[in-house]
Design a binder for this molecule. Structure first.
Ligand code: FAD
Ligand code: SF4
Length: 473
């Protein structure tokens, strides 16, 4: 029983210490610090324990939020870490990158006048602090089954699947074309949202649980067939990497960069492993214009500032309320000095001739838009409102679609019109009994936490299938 049931009235919502914007843009460290134990207990104690935890329902992995908040309040950190992992294989990562304002915290009962509990920051605290104090998942009671599953993709979906397999005594072998685990956690989301050390720590934890990583392995058709043949099941957690092409005239001009190669090249520079085929770019002193309004666009504008751009503008075709990304990220970008142009549709990238005679992007022709029929996706151009915004570098952040592999056709994998895998049931089953799928390749570009959900469910479904098969016992 809580000694102070109305603590939320005396203790205001507080996020952990945040670096001032002027310092943030000088480096790549995460902008939020962590709670101390008393701060975490104080913030957790604000939970009303309202009896119908909307936060839990809104959380895609249905975390036992009020229960671990109570454990933190009581200082029972390791129990909280154990409980957090029951539903979420990557809690310290979701605590950092989930758009909590749209998910758990958005549905907190305290939003009716008292501000939501800082659920994400407490989730991050639980695992960071438990790891720091030496807590690790306890698999001492797990009995090895002798079964082996191949996981293609070391993104959050693949990692979550591998975690559940390991806990069921199944050997998980994770294959990825990148040289480090994490997928977009490592090669998309910049370090100021998620420091690379966090992923390294998680890699160590998974390896200690028995998960084996095979990195730098591109699973082509030959390798794919081999995995299906040699393993008891295969999980496809391959993400969504088909760039949504805005088909803008002038987009092939030098100075125009697609978002993901830009972010990946930047991540590799930071990991100290640049690739020869990474796009070359130097933003120091340049005017950068980013087209798009999602999380990727926010990561591009904020990365550009840290790379020394003199001026960074984001142009989005609808209004601020319609932006698909996290409100918190828009706020952070604005604080750091990004200028936003809402209701602007790009028409063309304009080029000019440099002193050396080469062509170069010099700006973007935009037209103003207005919503048609209230909210929703529809917007129409406002006649006569065309104008040019000057820029030295233009970054295209229009999003991504699924990228199905041709070899999947040999296994009756059904796709939607946009190339997403059609799954059956919650466990990510496909048209082939040995193949499961989840994450962005099923949903289209979505969220870390939904990928974690899918990977977790697929891992459990694979374990159920393999362990109920008489051949395995
Ligand atoms: P991915 O993370 O894409 O991982 C797929 C992995 O599969 C990759 O490592 C890839 O190399 C590997 N792979 C694919 N094909 C093969 C193959 N043939 N052989 C070997 N390996 C292969 N979500 C949030 O919740 N919060 C955010 O703040 C956020 N920011 C984002 C910022 C950016 C720039 C982007 C692009 C996305 C962001 N997202 C964010 C979305 C989130 O990162 C994704 O939804 C999530 O990572 C999807 O997980 P996944 O495991 O399905 O795929
Ligand atoms: Fe909130 Fe995400 Fe954690 Fe769920 S996983 S409680 S949505 S931060």
């Amino acid at each position: 029983m809580k000694s102070r049931p109305f603590q939320f009235m005396d203790v205001p919502r507080r996020l952990p210490r945040e670096l001032p914007a002027t310092l943030r843009v000088l480096g790549w460290q995460e902008i939020y610090g962590g709670f101390s134990a008393p701060e975490a207990a104080d913030q957790s104690g604000r939970c009303l324990d309202c009896g119908n935890p909307y936060c839990e329902w809104k959380c895609p992995v249905h975390n036992y939020i009020p229960n671990w908040l109570a454990l933190v309040r009581e200082g029972r950190l390791f129990e909280a870490a154990e409980l957090a992992h029951e539903t979420n294989p990557l809690p310290e990562i979701c605590g950092r990158v989930c758009p909590q304002d749209r998910l758990c915290e958005g549905d907190c009962t305290l939003n009716t006048g008292f501000d939501a509990v800082t659920i994400g920051a407490v989730e991050k605290y639980i695992v960071d602090e438990a790891f720091r104090q030496g807590w690790r998942p306890d698999l001492s009671q797990v009995v090895a089954t002798g079964r082996r599953v191949a996981v293609i993709g070391a993104g959050p979906a693949g990692l979550a699947c591998a975690d559940r397999l390991a806990r069921a005594g199944i050997e998980a072998h994770v294959f990825d074309r990148y040289e480090e685990i994490g997928g977009l956690l490592s090669f998309g989301i910049p370090a100021f949202k998620l420091e690379k050390q966090v992923i390294e720590t998680r890699r160590g934890v998974l390896e200690a649980m028995g998960v084996r990583f095979h990195l730098g392995v591109d699973v082509d058709a030959a390798k794919g067939h081999e995995l299906v043949r040699d393993y008891d099941a295969v999980f496809l957690g391959t993400g969504a990497y088909t760039f949504v092409d805005g088909r803008l005239p002038g987009q092939a001009l030098p100075g125009v960069l697609p978002a993901l190669p830009f972010l990946v090249a930047n991540a590799r520079r930071q990991l100290g492993r640049p690739h020869a085929d990474d796009p070359a770019f130097d933003l120091a002193g340049k005017r950068v214009l980013v087209l798009g309004g999602g999380d990727t666009a926010m990561d591009c504008v904020r990365s550009s500032l840290r790379l020394g751009a003199a001026e960074v503008t984001c142009a989005y075709r609808r209004d601020e309320a319609a932006m698909p990304g996290s409100r918190r990220e828009v706020k952070n970008a604005r604080e750091e000095g990004v200028r936003f142009l809402f209701n602007r549709q790009p028409l063309e990238i304009i080029g000019g001739t440099r002193v050396d005679g080469a062509q170069q992007a010099t700006g973007v022709r935009l037209i103003e838009t207005r919503a048609v029929g209230g909210r929703g996706n529809a917007a129409e151009n406002v006649p006569g409102s065309e104008h040019v915004v000057d820029a030295d570098v233009v970054i295209l952040a229009f999003g991504f679609r699924a990228s199905p592999a041709a070899w999947w056709n040999d296994y009756d994998i059904q796709l939607t019109g946009e190339g997403r895998i059609r799954t059956t049931g919650a466990g990510g089953g496909t048209g082939h009994a040995k193949l499961f799928a989840g994450g962005d390749n099923v949903r289209g570009a979505d969220l870390v936490v939904t990928a974690v959900h899918d990977g977790r469910e697929a891992g459990l479904a694979i374990a159920r299938q393999l362990l109920s098969d008489p051949d395995t016992r």
